[in-house]
Design a binder for this molecule. Structure first.
Ligand SMILES: [Fe+2]
Length: 127
């Protein structure tokens, strides 16, 4: 089982000492906090807030996944060079249909050198 780096498990001190490393690997789920049942809505997943991640042949973000609790909703894959071999904040927009009950969205991302990273959970109310 691989180690999963979770946003919720990273302490304040560690966040300060390794803030660029942590920031560039952390996926963020960005979407409306309330959606209508059956409505198709956009969920953006963006890597990092303040620091970009490398896009080298042996070090890049290869996968971004969107989860609703334990259910995988969508995923995208990147090859090295997708961002022109320049550091970037990889991001992807997923369009999903709101189910009947409220959701708890999270994202997972894979760095080919630094492993598996999990975002914070984002609750989405379905009305
Ligand atoms: Fe990395």
């Amino acid at each position: 089982m691989p180690r999963v780096f979770k946003a919720t498990n990273i302490g304040k001190e560690e966040k300060e000492v390794k803030k660029d490393y942590l920031d560039r690997h952390m996926p963020h789920v960005i979407c409306e906090d309330t959606v209508k049942k059956g409505e198709v809505f956009r969920v953006k997943v963006r890597m990092g807030e303040h620091y970009t991640h490398p896009d080298d042949y042996d070090h890049y973000i290869s996968t971004i996944q969107l989860w609703n609790r334990e259910t995988l909703l969508a995923e995208t894959r990147y090859s090295s060079g997708a961002y022109g071999n320049k550091p970037a904040n990889a991001e992807v927009d997923f369009y999903i249909s709101a189910p009947e009950v409220s959701m708890n969205l999270s994202a997972m991302a894979v760095c080919t050198k630094h492993g598996l990273w999990q975002s914070e959970d984002i609750p989405v109310k379905v009305i």
